[in-house]
Design a protein around this ligand. Sequence first.
Ligand code: BG6
Length: 485
Amino acid sequence: MAKNVDLFIFGVAGDLANRKLIPALYRLDSAGLLGDNLRIIGLARGEMSDEEFSRSTREILNQNLGEGEICDIAWTCFQNRLYYMSINFEKAENYADLNCRMESNRLNIFYLATPPSLFGSICHQLHASACVDGSTRIVLEKPIGQDLASSRDVNDTVAQYFEERNIYRIDHYLGKETVQNLLALRFANRVINSQWDNTCIDHVQITAAETVGIEGRWGYYDSVGQLRDMVQNHLLQLLCMVAMEPPNTLEADEIRAEKVKLLRALRPINGENVEGSAIRGQYSAGWISGKPVVGYMEEKGSRTGDSETETFVALKAFVDNWRWAGVPFYLRTGKRMNAKVTQVVIAYKDNPHTIFSDSQLQASNRLVIRLQPNEGIQLEMVSKKQSLKERLNLEKRVLNLDFFEASRLSRIADAYERLFLEVINGDQWLFVSRDEIEASWQWCDSLLRAWREKNIDLKRYGAGSWGPSKAEMLIEKDQRSWYEG
Ligand code: BG6
């Protein structure tokens, strides 16, 4: 780890910094992983002294960490790292002040937890005020653009001031323990990787369901929708980790090159195939965990009238390469769904011939890779039921790899903890390259265009359900069903 690091968090007063970034940094520090000489400089518009910033940080930690996670010794150490600077992100003179506060011989990391519309001007001002040198790193939160053209604009602008090797584009799903575990599962286990293709696998399901709604972000979300908010980034990254070819090594460039190849092999969903391949939905009022919740159009901040924005997407996608020819990938994500669950399900093919009678249980193997909750991997198998009464009866059993129990830790690290460490260490393997961003936008743009041109209507679904019935039909017409176990 670099010895002297200054981590500048732009937008430190925002929701992301409060809920994720500051708690992650505190946890890393408590675990002794931040090194001795790392300083955290929060930047936001409001006027505040360092002491006031420290007090508000303590409140944020109290609100966002579990009971007993804050201890006096760790807090004192963390507090000594904290500094604050008030800044108007668009004012040149503020960046001159920032430059004056910067010290030589330190690695500077600028973390932009700001609206993406500010990325360009912040990078420009940082550069114009000589705050950037060849080693300075910049971290960008999603979204990078709203489509291929705008993502190119953002990437071009940032590229004027930072080299690609110093640009860290976050997709926080890549920081999740189970997503990295996909690499171990696939490439460290012969028994898995030898069965990982269209000869053995019938289909793949990727689900990212949330019970939350728009969480006060209606204005932003309504201009984006679930495809841009979740599919373009998180679901496609998951798909890459599941389906990419083995990289030659674990070097960032090798992994990222394989992901780009995979994204480019995704069959476009366009005007010709959109009808059988992509469902869009929007939630109406319903019940979540026994409590009534309003529909999307009644959420706080909504405008009157109608909105055509989707809060749910179900897709059937194909990867046109040798390994995956003919294997459907069913993707599904939505707000206000029945449960918070993110998982990948690998459904294996049936045996070519069965020696068991029709009355005996017939079940194909299924590998369930769960990102949240209860991180772990389960392999569903069929085995003999223990009983002397029957000659040979079958039952479904589960091989269970529970990461939480296996790690013997009190908790599994949050994605942002891992991602901070990688930025500080200068390793890009869990960050998204420009080529990946652009390839995934290209695929999403085609789908968005098809929805628009074909006037594909929104299907309503009640909050607390598993999405519109059309999403069930999307998979059931292929004699398959969504895994909800
Ligand atoms: C964010 C989306 O990127 O991911 C949110 O903008 C979504 O809308 C969130 O709620 C989901 O993240 P996680 O880690 O809770 O699955």
